[in-house]
Design a protein around this ligand. Sequence first.
Ligand SMILES: [Zn+2]
Length: 439
Amino acid sequence: MHKRKKKIKYSRLLFLIIFNLLLILGIVKIVNILKNKEIKEEEVKEEIPLISKYKAIVTDSEEQNKDTVKKYFVNGMDTNDYKNTIEKIDNYIDVSGEYNELNYDFEKHYHYYELEEIYNNLAKSSIVNLEIIGKSVDGRNIYSIEIGNGDTVTMFEAGIHASEIASPLFITKFMIDLVNGYEANDKEVKEFLNKYKIVVLPVANPDGYEITIFGGNAANNKDLFLAKATSEQLDYLKCNANGVDINRNFPSQTSGLYYKKYELDESVSLTKSYETESYYPGETLGSEPETRAIMYWQNKWLPYLKSYVALHSAGQSIYNGKPYLSDEYNYNSNVCAEIVGEITDYFVLDKIDEQAGEGNDGTSSEYMAETLSGFIFSSKTGRLSTDYYKKYYSELKYKNTCVIVIEALEEYTNNLKIIKKEYYNHKLEEAYKAIIERE
Ligand SMILES: [Zn+2]
């Protein structure tokens, strides 16, 4: 009995030891899991939330100090307008029928409706999607053309300035060659388009394009500002049909603000004018339907963006980098610009040429660069704000992303011979491809 009792005691003791050991191990494990969970939650908090395709994120903080806020000379965008702009619904067009091989003629001035026919025909290819992203002041459709199956996206925006009709032509020629090649089973083109995706906004200011080439009579509404311009004035006017420079109408952080110098630069006119090349930004940021179409488009593709290329037509130079954005942004954009500069022989400008606060901010490239750097819209200022993401805004949300502005041609011109020469002599096709293929 005694012995047996002892035996029981021993086995009980053994059981207790093992039980306790297991208990301790269990507790340690649970503590570790909880700790990890905490770490994971913290990590998630540290992560910069993606601004999703259709969500506008708004803060109510002011990013500027009070002195500079007073000096805005353009009203900020209304918050609901901003939300409605970004969260607009898709508008894809289903184009049926067989693809017809297209011939692009550099010697011919295309009406905008003829370009529309080209874009609709491109959309008959299985490699192309066509979306109407908005309507211009004078009632023309604004298109986005998606070509290719790749995951990362190169965006080309062209034709924001009326008198710069060359860039819409360059990018239209480029798209036609790609899709013709794909439809003709060209092995190289097929590989290229299966690997990459390009998203093109070929004519951001369709009224400006049409009226610049065909005159005020081409306007649907003859009372519009641009419809009343003389043909001499149409040679240099950059605005949309309302007389607003769309490329100064974006609600970027310093749009309509001087903080570098409070006196107007004499070469810059900020009022609506037929007489000079005006940078009139409108009464209110985001006021123009073309601006809103571009903003919708930019935000929609932002989560997939690799390179953003704005095509202009004056100066044979490449803008890249913004002094007030991160080193990473500036480095990437400079790499991208150097690739293009090497091929085209265009001059790669310094980032200082993109200084903010000079009074003519509010460009599409500024809005894009700031958005991808994590700036969000402030309901107080009606512009993008760095405040909410102060901690992060020096870093890019999306890695390896660049924004550049390519200025083709010595100066803008309607001369089709000069435009054609520029495309071939400065190897624009090769340059566009090199940006798309950038690692
Ligand atoms: Zn321009």
